[in-house]
Design a protein around this ligand. Structure first.
Ligand code: CO8
Length: 258
Protein backbone atom coordinates (compact mmCIF):
# COMPACT_ATOMS: atom_id res chain seq x y z
CA UNK A 1 0.00 0.00 0.00
CA UNK A 2 1.27 3.47 -0.91
CA UNK A 3 0.70 5.98 1.90
CA UNK A 4 -0.47 9.52 1.20
CA UNK A 5 -0.89 10.61 4.85
CA UNK A 6 2.09 8.85 6.43
CA UNK A 7 5.86 8.98 6.02
CA UNK A 8 7.91 5.88 6.81
CA UNK A 9 11.60 5.81 7.81
CA UNK A 10 13.64 2.70 8.53
CA UNK A 11 16.52 2.78 11.04
CA UNK A 12 17.94 -0.72 11.29
CA UNK A 13 15.40 -2.65 13.45
CA UNK A 14 13.37 0.47 14.24
CA UNK A 15 10.70 1.87 11.96
CA UNK A 16 9.37 5.40 12.30
CA UNK A 17 5.79 6.08 11.21
CA UNK A 18 5.10 9.81 10.83
CA UNK A 19 1.59 11.23 10.64
CA UNK A 20 1.75 13.64 7.73
CA UNK A 21 -1.09 16.02 6.94
CA UNK A 22 0.77 19.23 7.78
CA UNK A 23 -1.82 21.65 6.39
CA UNK A 24 -4.48 20.26 8.75
CA UNK A 25 -2.10 19.88 11.74
CA UNK A 26 -2.20 16.11 11.19
CA UNK A 27 -5.95 15.97 11.85
CA UNK A 28 -6.80 12.28 11.91
CA UNK A 29 -9.13 11.40 9.06
CA UNK A 30 -10.45 8.10 7.77
CA UNK A 31 -7.71 7.63 5.19
CA UNK A 32 -4.91 8.34 7.67
CA UNK A 33 -6.35 5.91 10.21
CA UNK A 34 -6.70 3.23 7.50
CA UNK A 35 -3.11 3.79 6.43
CA UNK A 36 -1.91 3.77 10.02
CA UNK A 37 -3.64 0.44 10.66
CA UNK A 38 -2.09 -1.02 7.51
CA UNK A 39 1.41 0.19 8.43
CA UNK A 40 1.18 -0.97 12.04
CA UNK A 41 0.08 -4.48 11.07
CA UNK A 42 2.71 -4.67 8.34
CA UNK A 43 5.60 -3.71 10.62
CA UNK A 44 4.31 -5.77 13.54
CA UNK A 45 4.53 -8.81 11.24
CA UNK A 46 7.92 -7.86 9.75
CA UNK A 47 10.76 -9.90 11.33
CA UNK A 48 13.21 -7.12 10.41
CA UNK A 49 11.38 -4.68 12.73
CA UNK A 50 11.63 -4.91 16.53
CA UNK A 51 10.30 -1.50 17.60
CA UNK A 52 7.87 1.00 16.07
CA UNK A 53 7.98 4.76 16.71
CA UNK A 54 4.77 6.67 16.04
CA UNK A 55 5.22 10.41 15.70
CA UNK A 56 4.09 13.50 13.82
CA UNK A 57 6.22 16.40 12.67
CA UNK A 58 8.44 18.59 14.84
CA UNK A 59 5.46 21.00 15.03
CA UNK A 60 2.48 18.75 15.72
CA UNK A 61 1.66 15.18 16.70
CA UNK A 62 -2.04 15.48 15.81
CA UNK A 63 -4.60 18.19 16.56
CA UNK A 64 -7.41 15.67 16.89
CA UNK A 65 -9.90 13.89 14.73
CA UNK A 66 -10.65 15.77 11.52
CA UNK A 67 -13.41 18.20 12.51
CA UNK A 68 -14.10 19.22 8.90
CA UNK A 69 -14.63 15.58 7.92
CA UNK A 70 -16.99 14.76 10.79
CA UNK A 71 -18.88 18.03 11.28
CA UNK A 72 -21.85 16.87 9.19
CA UNK A 73 -22.00 13.29 10.41
CA UNK A 74 -25.34 12.08 11.71
CA UNK A 75 -25.84 9.53 14.46
CA UNK A 76 -26.63 7.01 11.71
CA UNK A 77 -23.19 7.65 10.20
CA UNK A 78 -21.38 7.22 13.50
CA UNK A 79 -22.99 4.36 15.43
CA UNK A 80 -24.77 2.17 12.86
CA UNK A 81 -22.48 3.36 10.06
CA UNK A 82 -19.35 3.07 12.22
CA UNK A 83 -17.63 5.79 10.17
CA UNK A 84 -15.51 6.91 13.06
CA UNK A 85 -14.16 4.24 15.34
CA UNK A 86 -13.77 1.17 13.18
CA UNK A 87 -10.15 1.94 12.28
CA UNK A 88 -8.98 3.76 15.43
CA UNK A 89 -7.85 0.90 17.61
CA UNK A 90 -5.61 -1.19 15.35
CA UNK A 91 -2.68 0.12 17.38
CA UNK A 92 -3.96 -1.81 20.40
CA UNK A 93 -3.44 -5.09 18.50
CA UNK A 94 0.24 -4.41 17.82
CA UNK A 95 2.39 -6.82 19.83
CA UNK A 96 5.80 -5.20 19.39
CA UNK A 97 6.69 -2.08 21.40
CA UNK A 98 5.26 1.19 20.04
CA UNK A 99 6.90 4.38 21.32
CA UNK A 100 4.94 7.58 20.79
CA UNK A 101 7.03 10.70 20.23
CA UNK A 102 5.10 13.93 20.68
CA UNK A 103 6.22 17.39 19.58
CA UNK A 104 3.67 20.21 19.54
CA UNK A 105 -0.02 19.51 19.88
CA UNK A 106 -1.51 16.14 20.83
CA UNK A 107 -5.15 17.11 21.20
CA UNK A 108 -8.43 15.23 21.33
CA UNK A 109 -8.06 12.09 19.22
CA UNK A 110 -4.36 12.97 18.91
CA UNK A 111 -3.90 12.73 22.68
CA UNK A 112 -5.97 9.53 22.71
CA UNK A 113 -3.85 7.99 19.94
CA UNK A 114 -0.69 8.99 21.83
CA UNK A 115 -2.05 7.34 24.98
CA UNK A 116 -2.55 4.10 23.03
CA UNK A 117 1.23 3.93 22.48
CA UNK A 118 3.22 1.91 25.02
CA UNK A 119 5.02 4.95 26.36
CA UNK A 120 5.57 8.54 25.34
CA UNK A 121 8.65 10.65 24.84
CA UNK A 122 7.83 14.35 24.61
CA UNK A 123 9.61 17.28 23.10
CA UNK A 124 9.69 20.37 25.33
CA UNK A 125 7.19 21.81 22.83
CA UNK A 126 4.55 19.12 23.47
CA UNK A 127 1.07 20.14 24.51
CA UNK A 128 -1.57 17.61 25.50
CA UNK A 129 -5.28 18.25 25.76
CA UNK A 130 -8.77 16.84 25.41
CA UNK A 131 -10.67 19.86 24.08
CA UNK A 132 -13.62 17.88 22.70
CA UNK A 133 -16.03 19.65 25.06
CA UNK A 134 -15.31 22.88 23.15
CA UNK A 135 -16.60 21.30 19.93
CA UNK A 136 -19.63 19.87 21.70
CA UNK A 137 -18.73 16.20 22.08
CA UNK A 138 -17.19 13.84 24.59
CA UNK A 139 -13.91 12.14 23.77
CA UNK A 140 -14.48 8.93 21.83
CA UNK A 141 -11.21 7.00 21.73
CA UNK A 142 -10.44 6.56 25.40
CA UNK A 143 -9.85 10.11 26.68
CA UNK A 144 -12.21 9.67 29.63
CA UNK A 145 -10.71 6.26 30.42
CA UNK A 146 -6.97 6.28 29.69
CA UNK A 147 -6.31 9.85 30.86
CA UNK A 148 -7.52 9.30 34.46
CA UNK A 149 -5.60 6.02 34.58
CA UNK A 150 -2.48 7.84 33.36
CA UNK A 151 -2.59 11.04 35.41
CA UNK A 152 -5.28 10.53 38.07
CA UNK A 153 -8.90 11.62 38.30
CA UNK A 154 -8.48 15.20 39.45
CA UNK A 155 -6.07 16.29 36.70
CA UNK A 156 -8.00 14.33 34.09
CA UNK A 157 -11.33 15.89 35.09
CA UNK A 158 -9.70 19.33 35.05
CA UNK A 159 -8.35 18.78 31.52
CA UNK A 160 -11.50 17.13 30.17
CA UNK A 161 -13.97 19.63 31.64
CA UNK A 162 -12.05 22.85 31.02
CA UNK A 163 -10.27 21.77 27.80
CA UNK A 164 -7.05 23.21 29.18
CA UNK A 165 -3.81 21.94 27.67
CA UNK A 166 -0.88 20.74 29.75
CA UNK A 167 2.70 21.33 28.68
CA UNK A 168 5.51 18.79 28.54
CA UNK A 169 6.73 19.52 32.08
CA UNK A 170 3.27 18.93 33.55
CA UNK A 171 2.84 15.84 31.38
CA UNK A 172 6.06 14.39 32.78
CA UNK A 173 5.21 15.41 36.35
CA UNK A 174 1.89 13.61 36.12
CA UNK A 175 3.31 10.49 34.48
CA UNK A 176 1.65 10.94 31.09
CA UNK A 177 5.07 10.87 29.40
CA UNK A 178 8.21 9.03 30.42
CA UNK A 179 10.76 11.66 29.37
CA UNK A 180 10.95 15.24 28.12
CA UNK A 181 13.72 16.08 25.68
CA UNK A 182 14.85 19.39 24.11
CA UNK A 183 13.07 19.88 20.78
CA UNK A 184 16.16 19.50 18.60
CA UNK A 185 17.16 16.23 20.27
CA UNK A 186 13.83 14.47 20.62
CA UNK A 187 14.11 12.15 17.61
CA UNK A 188 17.77 11.38 18.36
CA UNK A 189 16.88 10.38 21.91
CA UNK A 190 13.77 8.47 20.78
CA UNK A 191 15.84 6.50 18.28
CA UNK A 192 18.45 5.72 20.96
CA UNK A 193 15.69 4.48 23.28
CA UNK A 194 14.12 2.43 20.46
CA UNK A 195 17.49 0.97 19.46
CA UNK A 196 18.17 0.00 23.08
CA UNK A 197 14.90 -1.93 23.14
CA UNK A 198 15.48 -3.33 19.63
CA UNK A 199 18.76 -4.89 20.79
CA UNK A 200 16.91 -6.90 23.46
CA UNK A 201 15.08 -10.13 22.64
CA UNK A 202 11.92 -9.00 20.84
CA UNK A 203 9.97 -12.00 22.13
CA UNK A 204 10.59 -10.90 25.73
CA UNK A 205 9.72 -7.29 24.89
CA UNK A 206 6.42 -8.53 23.48
CA UNK A 207 5.72 -10.56 26.63
CA UNK A 208 6.52 -7.60 28.90
CA UNK A 209 4.18 -5.38 26.87
CA UNK A 210 1.44 -8.01 27.05
CA UNK A 211 1.87 -8.45 30.81
CA UNK A 212 1.97 -4.71 31.58
CA UNK A 213 -1.19 -4.14 29.55
CA UNK A 214 -2.80 -6.98 31.51
CA UNK A 215 -2.29 -4.92 34.66
CA UNK A 216 -4.99 -2.53 33.43
CA UNK A 217 -7.51 -5.27 32.74
CA UNK A 218 -7.29 -7.68 35.66
CA UNK A 219 -6.71 -8.13 39.40
CA UNK A 220 -3.22 -8.02 40.91
CA UNK A 221 -3.25 -11.73 41.72
CA UNK A 222 -4.32 -12.71 38.21
CA UNK A 223 -1.85 -10.26 36.69
CA UNK A 224 1.06 -11.69 38.68
CA UNK A 225 -0.04 -15.21 37.71
CA UNK A 226 -0.07 -14.12 34.04
CA UNK A 227 3.44 -12.69 34.40
CA UNK A 228 4.66 -15.88 36.14
CA UNK A 229 3.58 -17.99 33.14
CA UNK A 230 5.79 -15.88 30.86
CA UNK A 231 8.65 -16.09 33.35
CA UNK A 232 8.44 -19.88 33.55
CA UNK A 233 8.03 -20.24 29.76
CA UNK A 234 11.17 -18.13 29.36
CA UNK A 235 13.24 -21.10 30.47
CA UNK A 236 12.29 -22.86 27.25
CA UNK A 237 13.59 -20.05 25.03
CA UNK A 238 16.93 -19.25 23.36
CA UNK A 239 16.75 -15.73 24.81
CA UNK A 240 17.03 -17.04 28.40
CA UNK A 241 19.85 -19.44 27.46
CA UNK A 242 21.81 -16.73 25.65
CA UNK A 243 21.09 -13.95 28.17
CA UNK A 244 22.14 -15.92 31.24
CA UNK A 245 25.11 -17.61 29.53
CA UNK A 246 26.40 -14.22 28.33
CA UNK A 247 26.12 -12.81 31.85
CA UNK A 248 28.06 -15.73 33.35
CA UNK A 249 30.66 -15.65 30.57
CA UNK A 250 31.01 -11.85 31.03
CA UNK A 251 30.26 -11.10 27.37
CA UNK A 252 27.62 -9.11 25.50
CA UNK A 253 24.53 -11.18 24.67
CA UNK A 254 23.52 -11.65 21.05
CA UNK A 255 19.74 -11.75 20.86
CA UNK A 256 19.58 -11.71 17.05
CA UNK A 257 16.35 -13.35 15.87
CA UNK A 258 15.15 -13.99 19.45
N1 CO8 B 1 -9.60 18.97 12.38
C1 CO8 B 1 -9.53 19.53 11.15
N2 CO8 B 1 -8.71 20.55 10.85
C2 CO8 B 1 -7.93 21.04 11.83
C3 CO8 B 1 -7.94 20.50 13.13
C4 CO8 B 1 -8.82 19.40 13.38
N3 CO8 B 1 -8.89 18.77 14.59
N4 CO8 B 1 -7.08 21.18 13.91
C5 CO8 B 1 -6.52 22.11 13.09
N5 CO8 B 1 -7.04 22.04 11.85
C6 CO8 B 1 -6.73 22.88 10.69
C7 CO8 B 1 -7.36 24.26 10.82
O1 CO8 B 1 -8.72 24.22 10.43
C8 CO8 B 1 -6.49 25.08 9.91
O2 CO8 B 1 -6.88 24.83 8.59
P1 CO8 B 1 -6.95 26.07 7.53
O3 CO8 B 1 -5.55 26.59 7.45
O4 CO8 B 1 -7.43 25.41 6.28
O5 CO8 B 1 -7.89 27.07 8.11
C9 CO8 B 1 -5.12 24.46 10.09
O6 CO8 B 1 -5.33 23.15 10.65
C10 CO8 B 1 -4.25 25.23 11.08
O7 CO8 B 1 -5.00 25.38 12.28
P2 CO8 B 1 -5.16 26.77 13.03
O8 CO8 B 1 -5.16 27.90 12.06
O9 CO8 B 1 -6.34 26.66 13.95
O10 CO8 B 1 -3.80 26.80 13.85
P3 CO8 B 1 -3.51 27.55 15.23
O11 CO8 B 1 -2.03 27.44 15.42
O12 CO8 B 1 -4.14 28.89 15.28
O13 CO8 B 1 -4.25 26.66 16.37
C11 CO8 B 1 -4.90 24.59 17.42
C12 CO8 B 1 -3.83 25.35 16.60
C13 CO8 B 1 -4.99 25.20 18.83
C14 CO8 B 1 -4.44 23.16 17.53
C15 CO8 B 1 -6.27 24.72 16.73
O14 CO8 B 1 -6.12 24.34 15.35
C16 CO8 B 1 -7.33 23.83 17.31
O15 CO8 B 1 -7.89 24.17 18.36
N6 CO8 B 1 -7.65 22.70 16.66
C17 CO8 B 1 -8.73 21.83 17.02
C18 CO8 B 1 -8.36 21.01 18.25
C19 CO8 B 1 -9.52 20.15 18.66
O16 CO8 B 1 -10.59 20.60 18.99
N7 CO8 B 1 -9.30 18.81 18.66
C20 CO8 B 1 -10.30 17.86 19.04
C21 CO8 B 1 -11.13 17.47 17.86
S1 CO8 B 1 -12.46 16.36 18.30
C22 CO8 B 1 -11.65 14.84 18.47
O17 CO8 B 1 -10.49 14.73 18.32
C23 CO8 B 1 -12.52 13.69 18.81
C24 CO8 B 1 -11.75 12.39 18.69
C25 CO8 B 1 -12.71 11.26 18.76
C26 CO8 B 1 -12.08 10.00 18.16
C27 CO8 B 1 -13.09 8.91 18.19
C28 CO8 B 1 -12.62 7.71 17.45
C29 CO8 B 1 -13.43 6.51 17.73
Amino acid sequence: MEYSDLLIEHHDKVVVIRLNRPKALNALNDNMMNELGDALYKFDADPAVNVIILTGSDKVFAAGADIAAMANYTYADTYPGNYIGRNWEHILNVRKPVIGVVAGYALGGGCELAMMCDFLIASETAKFGQPEIKVGVTPGAGGTQRLPRAIGKSKAMDMLLTARMIDAAEAERTGLVSRVVPADLVMTVALEVAETIAAMPVSVAMQIKDAVNRAFETTLTEGVRYERRFFHAGFGTPAQKEGMAAFLEKRKPNFEGM
